[in-house]
Design a protein around this ligand. Structure first.
Ligand code: KMH
Ligand code: ZN
Length: 274
């Protein structure tokens, strides 16, 4: 089986220090979390950024500072840094797209509108086309974020319109309240909807993080964990760090006889050649 790519979603756009005091906000905190997660085995850092008080932002300068700090702190590990273009609910598309201007190796491309808790996370076709075109222009590999099974077909429609690169990489996010539930039947169904030569990652929200991770390891997918999706290690026990969540996935992979990809191996699997 292909080596396992582990993504650490280290801060997200919604979770706050009030939920878990280890959630990083500043560039320095993000860099420290990224380093520990990369040392533990993460080859991709999925990145959101914050203002000093924790308010989510998509400001290019804030991303630039965080990316510089992460690169400096992770010089020897060199993980793939994958900024979010989702930001947090309610942001306008002009704000969300800013980190792509920094020429990252990857960025997320959310593939459809969905309920997101009590909010609506808006991703209509004009927005998706706009983001996809910008990513082509900047040679950024999109991670096609699918919160619903229909989002896969939105991604495939973008591909038919010539707006995606040759290699397709999906991320199935299961268990967002109001969106698709996290269960194994749905995970299998999603995997069966994507082209056989595409790669995929799965992320389970909250208590679903662990079961989605271990089924995904067995199914040949890649795994995302981290504070963005889940701040607990187990029921009633907060996670100490993103690295603690990554370490558990590494142990599961070992038990399943699946080797963990280094960042350069992940680049090869994903066809990143920047
Ligand atoms: N914060 C969510 C509304 C992404 O990074 O592209 C969306 C999100 C997806 O986190
Ligand atoms: Zn995100």
């Amino acid at each position: 089986m292909e080596k396992l790519i582990i993504t650490a979603a280290i801060c997200g756009g919604e979770v706050m220090k009030e939920h878990n005091s280890a959630v990083p906000y500043s560039a320095e905190e993000l860099a420290k979390e990224a380093k520990k997660a990369a040392e533990a085995g993460a080859s991709i850092i999925h990145l959101h950024v914050r203002k000093p008080d924790g308010t989510p932002t998509q400001e290019k300068q804030v991303f630039e500072k965080a990316i510089k700090a992460i690169k400096e702190e992770c010089k020897d590990l060199n993980p793939i840094i994958q900024p979010s273009t989702g930001g947090s609910v309610g942001m306008e598309w002009e704000e969300r797209i800013q980190p792509v201007e920094l020429n990252p190796e990857m960025a997320t491309l959310d593939c459809g509108t969905t309920n997101f808790g009590d909010d609506i996370f808006v991703n209509d076709f004009p927005l998706m086309r706009n983001f996809a075109k910008k990513m082509i222009e900047k040679d950024v590999l999109p991670e096609l974020e699918c919160f619903e099974i229909g989002h896969i077909y939105n991604g495939l429609r973008l591909q038919k319109e010539g707006l995606l690169p040759k290699h397709l990489h999906f991320d199935f996010v299961l268990g967002v309240p109001g969106a698709m539930p996290a269960n194994i039947d749905l995970l299998v169904a999603m995997k069966n909807c994507i082209p056989t030569n595409a790669t995929w990652t799965a992320a389970g929200i909250g208590r679903h993080q662990l079961p989605i991770a271990y089924h995904t390891i067995q199914m040949g997918g890649h795994v995302r964990v981290g504070f963005e999706d889940n701040t607990y290690y187990r029921k009633g026990e907060l996670a100490k760090s993103n690295a603690q969540l990554v370490e558990r996935v590494v142990r599961l992979a070992k038990e399943a006889d699946r080797k963990v990809a280094t960042p350069d191996e992940a680049r090869k699997i994903l066809g990143i050649n920047k």
